[in-house]
Each structure stands twice: as C-alpha cells, then as structure tokens.
Design a protein around this ligand. Structure first.
Ligand code: GMT
Length: 377
C-alpha cells in the first residue's frame, strides 16, 4: 500500500507513534510518505520505502499567523497525485484531520477518491481540541474521517463524552518495538557513570508541560531520597523545566538530580533506570511508561486517563490518585527497598509490555487500511 502519514515531528508521543508505525509498515513492504513541517525526530535514516516531504509555509507580511493547514492540504494533494498515494493516515486531530479532509475534497474534485484514517492521541481531545475555539472544527473533522482510531479505551470514552461524534471509534493501543527496546545486551549500560553502586536510579521523561505535574515528580523523589540513596534523571525539555530546577534547589537536592534535556538515547537512559515516575494530570495512554516497561523498568504513575490500561497496579508498578505524592513515594519505596521485589517488578513490567509488542498491534492497522481501501474501491 502507498500510505501518507501526517504527524507532528517533535518529541511528543503522537509523533513517535506515527514515525515508528510508518517505519515498521515500510519494513513490511508498504510505501510510506511522511508529510510534516520538519523531519520527525525518530526518522533518522531514510530506507527505500520511506519518503519524507516537508511542508513549507512561505512568510507573507499580511499573515499574522502562517496558514499551515492550507500549506499541508496543498502538499497532501500534490504528493497524492505525484506518488499515487492510496490512503491518508493523520495523527492528531488538530489541524491534521482538518487539513486531510480539505485535501480529500480537493482531490475528489479531480476525480481522486482517497480514504482518511484519523488517530486521536490525547491532548488533541482532552486539552486543546476541547477548547471552544477549536471544538466545532475538531468535531467536524473527526466525523468526516473515514475511519477513526484512539490509542486507549479511556480516550475513546473521553472523545464520545466531549464531542458530538457520529463516527465509530476503534481502539488501537500504542505499541513498542520490543526487540529494539528490551535491554539490548549490546548496548553498554554504564550505571556507574550516573550513580554510586548503592544508589537507586529513578527517571522521568516528558515534554515538561503542566499536564505532566513536574513538581510532583520532584516531591516523590524528595520523599524517596530521604529513605534510601537515590538519583533522579529528568529527561526532556519544556515550559516547566526551569521551575523544576528551582524546586530542586529549594529542597536542597540539586546534587541528586540530573537534567538531561531532550535525548534520542532513551534506551541507554532506561537501561540504567530502576524506577520510572509518571504522575501526570492525565495521559491518554502514557507511551513513556510503556517504553520504560519494555526496558524492564517498573512505573509509579497516576491512575488517570489511559494509564491503568498500560501500567497494571501491583504488577508492573503502582497507580495512585493524581497529586497523591505521599502514596506514590511509599509505593516507590516498596519496590526499591528490596532487591528481590525490584527484580520481580522488573520482570513483570517486561511481561506487561509484551502485550503491546508492535507485532501484535501493527496487523490491526493493516486490517483497518484494507477495510478503508475496500470501502473506496
Ligand atoms: O503529552 C505528551 O507527552 C505529548 C502528547 C502528544 O500529543 O504527542 O502525547 C499524547 O499522545 C501519546 C501517544 O499516543 C500518549 O502516549 C500520551 O499519553 C498523550 N498525552 C496526553 O494525553 C497528555
């Protein structure tokens, strides 16, 4: 199949999922065209079945805001015609589903009918998409998509609750490439660079936005390090990062916290990690938690959104109410204080992650694409 994938190219989970999906589809022989405004961060190498087309928005003095949707829909039309693309798969409703729908209409005018699959990722529904300024356009573009998927049951429920949706939504959970992620023995895991022999290593990875509750990460760690020797690795960048550094300074723990910034070597960081913290206000899925679990790292998370569908309470880690940092720290200590318990949780984390192996999830997308193409025959 010839498939166009539209996504955000940045470090966010939706871009990562879209890129990994495209790369695996390409490995299976499909011709994949990534269409976005810069090269997706996980798209390091272009293989024979992978194409990347950049969307450029020319500057014009009259434009206060650059019309990205317009440029994207025009690019989609051009690329569909040039490469005879058969299907559009847009990740994140805003503005991709909207631009995709416009492209479909323009193509229809030229006698080309092409199906569009829209995958909802989370903040496009729960945070941004729900804003009254966007809601009518988001509702419209979800209803006009030929097929809609959501990355968790919880996100599907939220979408049906928040929007007037007439379309079916199929849940296709996010996935992980286990062969690549689960502690590859060829990757040197240099723990000693980061911590002393007796210290536990705790990690948080995110885009440091408010929804991640970064101060909670610090508070949980603060309580942990009072009881056992530990280090915290904070990976990623975003608006809450500076405040987080101040908070560590205020609490007198700056020497125990390492701020990394964005990294493309998540697997190398996770292989050193004993425990992952994700106390988010909400997560439609929590891909970062799954990536940790695939590297045998148990997870302490909040219980909101789709997190209970990924992190199994008392098995791959523990879940608590949002903001209950006391309980989260106690649960973390339950895992970290005893080597045997930690070992068991590490094994469990990997077994739960196996359920989300790309090998199990990718056929669900391929089935959906076949259905979409048949509908347009
Ligand atoms: O919140 C993020 O980390 C970024 C955001 C995005 O748009 O890329 O992530 C959302 O999509 C991910 C991939 O499906 C999910 O794993 C995240 O849980 C979801 N974030 C939220 O719902 C807050």
């Amino acid at each position: 199949m010839k498939i166009a994938i539209v996504c955000y190219p940045t470090f966010g989970g939706s871009g990562v999922v879209a890129t990994e999906l495209g790369l695996e589809l390409a490995r299976r022989g499909h011709e994949i065209h990534f269409i976005t405004y810069s090269q997706p961060v996980r798209l390091a190498l272009l293989s024979p079945n992978v194409h990347y087309h950049e969307v450029n928005v020319p500057e014009y003095p009259l434009f206060h805001y650059q019309p990205y949707e317009l440029a994207l829909s025009s690019k989609l039309v051009d690329m569909v015609k040039l490469y005879k693309i058969e299907l559009l798969h847009v990740h994140y409703a805003i503005p991709h589903a909207y631009a995709g729908y416009m492209a479909k209409q323009m193509l229809k005018d030229e006698g080309i009918n092409i199906p569009m699959v829209t995958t909802l990722h989370g903040t496009d529904i729960t945070l941004v998409g729900n804003h009254p300024f966007y809601k009518p356009a988001v509702t419209f573009s979800i209803n006009k998509s030929d097929f809609v998927t959501s990355v968790s049951q919880s996100l599907k429920d939220a979408t049906l609750k928040l929007f007037n949706i007439k379309n079916e939504i199929e849940v296709i959970p996010n996935f992980i490439e286990l062969d690549k992620n689960s502690n590859d023995p060829s990757i040197p895991c240099q723990r000693s660079v980061m911590a002393k022999e007796n210290e536990r290593i705790i990690t948080h990875i995110s885009n440091f936005r408010k929804v991640k509750r970064i101060p909670d990460v610090i508070k949980i760690f603060y309580n942990i390090q009072k009881e056992i020797p530990a280090k915290l690795m904070m990976v990623g960048d975003g608006p809450e990062k500076e405040k987080a550094e101040y908070l560590c300074q205020e609490l007198g723990i700056l020497d125990k916290v390492i701020f990394f910034g964005n990294s493309n070597e998540i697997d190398k960081i996770l292989c050193l990690t004993d425990l992952f913290l994700l106390p988010s206000e909400t997560e439609s899925f929590g891909l970062a938690a799954l990536e940790a679990m695939a590297c045998k790292v148990p997870v302490i998370s909040s219980n909101s959104g789709g997190l209970p569908e990924v992190n199994f309470d008392g098995i791959s880690g523990y879940l608590s109410d949002v903001g209950n940092t006391e309980e989260m720290a106690q649960n973390a200590l339950k895992i970290l204080k005893d080597d045997a318990v930690l070992k068991q949780f590490k094994e469990n984390a990997l077994s739960v992650a196996k359920q989300f192996d790309i090998k199990n999830i990718l056929p669900l997308y391929e089935e959906l694409y076949k259905k979409a193409l048949n509908k347009f025959l």
